[in-house]
Design a protein around this ligand. Structure first.
Ligand SMILES: CC(C)(COP(=O)(O)OP(=O)(O)OC[C@H]1O[C@@H](n2cnc3c(N)ncnc32)[C@H](O)[C@@H]1OP(=O)(O)O)[C@@H](O)C(=O)NCCC(=O)NCCS
Length: 322
């Protein structure tokens, strides 16, 4: 079992329709095709050879291909990546699962994968994943006709995250305690995962595609002297910045208004500006920072604000930039 997968039970699901053409693709160094009983031996050799490396983030089982075969269905498809020029006891470069396929208005799925020794780390697997994504996004019946795929990756698994970023996936979010899996410490536990996604409309995507965050800003009236809870309370400005996940630019640290707005201008995500400006000076500052002044909420500063109030303000700030 690799990342993003649920454990397969022994319950038998319907397989792809018998008249359905198998989804296959051939590239320069690898080819991708659905698994078959002919792969069972090479799969066992490949996983056994790679077991120790895979165990950092997955639960390798050299003998589970028959179960995987039994479970193939329109909602759970496996793609085996084969080397065109095999050089080892087996020719298997990797395995990719496209699971949790939901049709209708969603047309979305999750991908999970492993690459096998001795092919791992040589750029063969990424070619196989690229070919698989071609199939995932191609219209039916030549592909799966999906609109979106997501890869959920433990933050410590930078190889896997680098792999999907190189294919143009973007980091969309973070899911707490997402899967019960081994992690870098060797223990099995609930593991946080980063969520990377790719859309059919992006594909073929620009490698390392930037996320394109929306910049958001708000102004909190105040001197900023209590920005970090100097009097034991939490200021609205600092609580809002934390809730929105954007920087706080406060007049208590940056006294010059020009510098305050210059910091906001260069921030790729925007920020919360805490200052005592108003009127034309505030509007000019916001405009110089790249915001339409009338679209930036201006709030009254306060300390010891309840969480309910902070969240209510943060949601309104997000909505103002929607
Ligand atoms: C993740 C995994 C499938 C990648 O397979 P691989 O065989 O190393 O992949 P490839 O050699 O084809 O891909 C290389 C690409 O991966 C990325 N990559 C590899 N190592 C990286 C690193 N240390 N940091 C960032 N990106 C890295 C790069 O984009 C690299 O392309 P580049 O060489 O042009 O820079 C493999 O490491 C693996 O099986 N890991 C264990 C199981 C696992 O983690 N599964 C996924 C769970 S989410």
């Amino acid at each position: 079992m690799s990342c993003c997968e649920v454990a397969l039970s022994s319950e038998h699901l319907p397989g792809p329709a018998a008249d359905e053409a198998p989804l296959t693709a051939v590239g320069e160094r690898v080819e991708v095709r659905p698994p078959s009983t002919a792969d069972i031996e090479s799969y066992a050799a490949a996983v056994t050879l790679s077991e120790r490396r895979l165990a950092d983030f997955a639960m390798p089982n050299p003998h589970n291909l028959p179960v995987v075969l039994d479970h193939q269905s329109p909602t759970y498809r496996t793609f085996m990546v084969h080397a065109l020029d095999p050089e080892a006891s087996h020719g298997l470069v990797g395995r990719i699962n496209v699971a949790n396929v939901v049709e209708g208005a969603f047309r979305s799925a999750t991908v999970g994968y492993d690459s096998y020794d001795p092919y791992a780390g040589r750029g063969l697997f990424v070619e196989g994943l690229r070919l698989t994504l071609d199939l995932v996004f191609a219209d039916q019946p030549h592909g799966m006709g999906l609109h979106r795929v997501e890869a959920n990756i433990q933050p410590a698994n930078h190889r896997s995250a680098g792999l999907v970023r190189s294919l143009g996936f973007v980091h969309e979010g973070f899911s707490r305690d997402f899967l019960h899996l081994p992690g870098i410490d060797g223990r099995r536990d609930w593991r946080d995962h980063d969520r990377f996604t790719l859309l059919s409309t992006d594909w073929p995507a620009v490698p390392y595609r930037p996320h394109g965050h929306r910049r958001i800003a708000c102004v909190v009236n105040g001197s900023g002297s209590t920005a970090f809870g100097a009097y034991g309370g939490t200021s609205l400005a600092s609580a809002l910045a934390a809730e929105l996940g954007i920087p706080l630019y406060t007049a208590s640290i940056v006294e010059s208004p020009a510098t305050l707005f210059e910091l906001l201008r260069v921030s790729p995500v925007g920020g919360v500006v805490e200052c005592r400006l108003g009127g034309p000076e505030l509007r000019m500052g916001l405009a110089r920072a790249g915001f339409e002044p009338s679209g930036v909420p201006v709030l009254e500063g306060a300390t010891d604000v309840s969480r309910r109030e902070v969240v209510r303000h943060a949601l309104a700030v997000r909505a103002a930039h929607a």
